[in-house]
Design a protein around this ligand. Structure first.
Ligand code: ADP
Length: 535
């Protein structure tokens, strides 16, 4: 009962409306929480690795997502349980910080919880387990630093970077042309990277997709792609050395803003008004030409008559361009956004080597490529694919690859994938356990066992015998003292991950271990769950 007594012996209630709340305490609370966490992790386990399965999720409004990305699966699952939400949060933090390894981190957390359950059953106090896990994670992270290898790349030799990005893509739908996509990701990141400060601003990389074509047609554009076309079909489709006026003001004669009445009762009056309007617009066009603009990009629309006049005066224009795109165009071309027409001056024009319009397939879809921009740091990746789901999944996979490339530029240390880093850490943690005389020793050993669950899941998903495969690789590690051996998921014939070029970033792996430990410790320390009951 949550009834307590004050110093005078008077009873008082700590939790109001107790009958309406359900409550779990002590071991029951921990076990229920562990079960919830494990359930989430079990969902993702089958998605891990190059032979992992995809999940199909349908949103309430009927949109279908097919994905292999841990963070996306959990995000769209709409979980209700509080502990399950913690696991979703775990995957999300890995995504924010690192961008890759979102499935692995949840699988590891699930394995740690499973081991903790066994320890609880043996009567070990949860706090001791949490402490043991903390010690073990420290040993594992230190060991990672020990086995990590420096990774050399240069702008002229990007192949090592491409290989690492390929590892993350190998488990996705796009694995069919992972080399093309990985190369695009690396080139895009290098184009916007500041190699001296080791910094990459991923906001400068715009990812666009259009249904149609093949995945192989995906391309990197050193500039901006706008999903718009020239306002008139007879305007030129290619402009070289373009000087671009970027307008957020209306490009037409001003309309009266408040109510005015214009009496037009004769043809002459109508003609005069028409001429006035035409002259006004002609003056605007002339002003654009006088400042030297050869292309006008406008946030607003203009009517057909204005459009015709623009064509007639040989001034190409694009209308209804979104605010975000306008900003990117301004950044890339070194131009300024002009909010009032009177303020248009030559120095506010953006400069681009080529602006061209390209049409796709048999449809009337056209897009505008703005390339060789004065400030060429903004790039666009243009994804093609058979259907919308494919394009969305490619965008997510590309995001992972971009993050891996960025992480490598920030810190160019790698560890080997295919579970080899986990096996190596597991051996180190296991042997480190003997150094601790307390009960924590058991927790440290369990941590080592939990690390083994990653290679086991990889083996299981690839149709191999998990226990046999793992024990063979583990003994190989101990015998040969090499940290490269992992699970040969693709049946290449060697389990040497160095030869297979399966790399992962050191910071990504380190973050996985640290985040998973942190969440599991948090879950273990909860011994009272108070929630509104169902009735
Ligand atoms: P995450 O979302 O955690 O990145 P993935 O489904 O991408 O999950 O799987 C990543 C795991 O698959 C990593 O442990 C990685 O080492 C492993 N992996 C990727 N490619 C290969 C490969 N060719 N052979 C063996 N293991 C691989």
């Amino acid at each position: 009962m949550a009834l307590a007594f004050d110093e005078y012996g008077r009873p008082f209630i700590i939790i109001r409306e107790q009958d309406k709340k359900s409550r779990l305490r002590g071991l029951d609370a921990q076990k229920a929480n562990i079960t919830a966490g494990k359930a989430v992790s079990r969902i993702l386990r089958t998605s891990l690795g190059p032979k992992g399965m995809d999940k199909m999720l349908q949103s309430p409004d009927g949109d279908v997502t097919i994905t292999n990305d841990g963070a996306t699966i959990l995000e769209q699952m709409d979980v209700d349980n509080q502990i399950a939400k913690l696991m979703v949060e775990l995957s999300r933090s890995q995504d924010y910080e690192i961008g890759d390894g979102t499935t692995g981190v949840v699988v590891l957390a699930g394995a740690l919880l499973e081991q903790a359950e066994k320890l609880l059953e043996r009567g070990i106090h949860p706090v001791r387990i949490a402490e043991g896990y903390e010690m073990a994670s420290r040993i594992a992270v230190e060991h990672l630093d020990h086995i990590a290898q420096k990774f050399e790349y240069s702008v002229s030799n990007i192949e090592p970077l491409v290989q690492t990005c390929m590892t993350t893509l190998s488990s996705k739908i796009v694995s069919r042309c992972k080399h093309t996509i990985a190369e695009i990701a690396v080139k895009a990141v290098l184009a916007v990277a500041d190699l001296e400060r080791k910094d990459v601003n991923l906001d400068l990389i715009k990812v666009e997709g259009k249904v149609g074509g093949k995945l192989e047609d995906t391309e990197l554009i050193y500039g901006i792609l706008v999903d718009k076309d020239m306002s008139h079909p007879q305007m030129p489709k290619r402009i070289e050395d373009a000087k671009i006026a970027i307008l957020t003001c209306p490009f037409e004669p001003p309309k009266a803003k408040t109510k005015h009445k214009v009496d037009i009762d004769t043809v002459e009056k109508f003609q005069t008004l028409r001429h006035q309007e035409q002259k006004y617009f002609n003056d605007m066009v002339q002003k654009c030409k006088d400042v030297g603009a050869t292309l006008v990009i406008c946030q607003w629309g203009f009517d057909d008559e204005a459009n015709h006049l623009l064509m007639h005066h040989n001034l190409p224009a694009v209308r209804w361009v979104g605010g975000v795109e306008l900003e990117l165009i301004a950044i890339a071309t070194g131009g300024r956004i002009v909010p009032r027409f009177q303020e248009l001056t030559p120095e506010k024009l953006g400069k681009a080597g080529i602006v061209r319009e390209k049409s796709f397939g048999t449809t009337k879809d056209r897009m505008l490529y703005i390339e060789q921009c004065a400030n060429s740091r903004a790039v666009t990746i243009f994804i093609r694919g058979g259907n919308k789901m494919m394009i969305e999944e490619t965008k997510r996979s590309l995001h992972d690859a971009l993050c891996v490339a960025r992480n490598l530029i920030r810190n160019n240390f790698i560890v080997y994938g295919g579970g080899s880093a986990e096996i190596s850490c597991s051996i180190a943690v296991e042997s480190g356990a003997d150094g601790y005389p307390g009960v924590e020793q058991y927790a440290i050993r369990s941590f080592a066992e939990a690390l083994d669950s990653i290679p086991m899941a990889l083996a299981e998903n690839s149709g191999l015998q998990p226990i046999e495969t793992l024990s063979a690789v583990k003994s190989q590690h101990i015998k040969e003292k090499t940290p490269f051996c992992g699970i040969d998921c693709n049946d290449v014939g060697t389990n040497n991950m160095q030869e297979q070029f399966v790399f992962e970033t050191l910071i990504g792996k380190r973050q996985q271990i640290l985040l998973a430990t942190q969440v599991v410790k948090m879950i273990l320390k909860i011994d009272d769950v108070i929630s509104p009951s169902d009735y």
